[in-house]
Design a protein around this ligand. Structure first.
Ligand SMILES: NC(=O)c1ccc[n+]([C@@H]2O[C@H](COP(=O)([O-])OP(=O)(O)OC[C@H]3O[C@@H](n4cnc5c(N)ncnc54)[C@H](OP(=O)(O)O)[C@@H]3O)[C@@H](O)[C@H]2O)c1
Length: 270
């Protein structure tokens, strides 16, 4: 199936590693031009090199922009950089995120606010800036990377769960506003993924290991996997594949969706 992404100008936040890095790589492999955004320049450069390699034979291109997406002017700066590199922006993927495990009683106010800034205000500002020119041209795709925790709160990730639920609501509002303009806005809800967010030292795996009382990291990973009908965590590429489809020409009748890519974790029909 031709996804129709060749030559499309795309912007992916949180693209220096994990789900965002894989999304940038797969978009490039489809021949798209991708602006990778994150804070750490060194990691961004490495991810852009991987993406460029994947796109080498089909005209895929990768550029980088180092910034914090929670900055008030991040939306304008990202759009400006994308337009400068590739021309009018066709695709926006709001993916940047962080998470940690802890109890509801232990979350300070500033962390509730920080998750809201990262998962609601940053995507809001990015969409407010990027969507009007897409709407004027009659074509656009936006994917907001949310979480199963937004569909049903995770007791171990309180402020993250609430912010992701708000991001799902935000995504639906923009979808309804712009579907008639040819700009299709959707959300993806991953379950746990073996990205650096889980696997890096001190990441969610180590945190869950400490909180669950498991004997080892391996046992904590197996326990986390066993809670999913599929029986394991996802690989970042498995989430990225669904994101890339929603970015594509082929997703032409999908708007306002919140697709679970969670190994069957959240057992609801809608
Ligand atoms: N992994 C999971 O189990 C899982 C499950 C459900 C949903 N998700 C969601 O999927 C998305 C990606 O997660 P991941 O697993 O790929 O995480 P990851 O491996 O930790 O990567 C996160 C990315 O976001 C960037 N980032 C974080 N804060 C940023 C900021 N303020 N400004 C700009 N960039 C920022 C990071 O780069 P810098 O640090 O260099 O900025 C990095 O590129 C997140 O929204 C996450 O909530 C993940």
């Amino acid at each position: 199936m031709d996804l129709g992404l060749r030559g499309r100008a795309c912007l992916v936040t949180g693209a220096s590693r994990g789900i965002g890095g894989e999304t940038a790589r797969l978009l490039c492999a489809e021949g798209a031009s991708v602006l990778l955004v994150a804070r750490n320049e060194e990691r961004l450069a490495a991810a852009a090199e991987e993406a460029s390699k994947a796109g080498a034979e089909v005209g895929g291109r990768a550029e980088t922009l180092a910034l914090d997406v929670t900055a008030e002017d991040a939306g304008e700066r990202m759009l400006g950089a994308a337009e400068k590199s590739f021309g009018a922006l066709d695709v926006l993927v709001n993916n940047a995120g962080t998470a940690q495990w802890r109890d509801l009683d232990d979350v300070p106010d500033e962390d509730w606010r920080a998750q809201y800034e990262l998962n609601v205000m940053a995507p809001l500002r990015a969409m407010r800036t990027a969507i009007p020119p897409m709407a004027a041209r009659g074509w656009g795709r936006v994917v907001n990377v949310c979480s199963t925790a937004g569909k049903r709160p995770s007791a171990a990730m309180p402020e993250y769960s609430v912010a992701k639920a708000a991001e799902l609501s935000l995504s639906r509002l923009f979808a309804d506003r712009h579907a008639g303009d040819g700009v299709l806005v959707n959300a993806i809800c991953p379950g746990p993924v073996e990205s650096e967010m889980w696997m890096e030292p001190g990441g969610l795996l180590d945190q869950s290991h400490r909180m669950s009382g498991a004997e080892s990291r391996e046992e904590a990973l197996a326990t986390a996997g066993s809670k999913r009908p599929i029986g394991r965590l996802a690989q970042a590429e498995e989430i990225a594949a669904a994101i890339v489809f929603l970015c594509s020409e082929r997703a032409s009748y999908v708007s306002g969706a919140a697709w679970s890519v969670d190994g069957g974790t959240v057992q609801v029909i809608i």
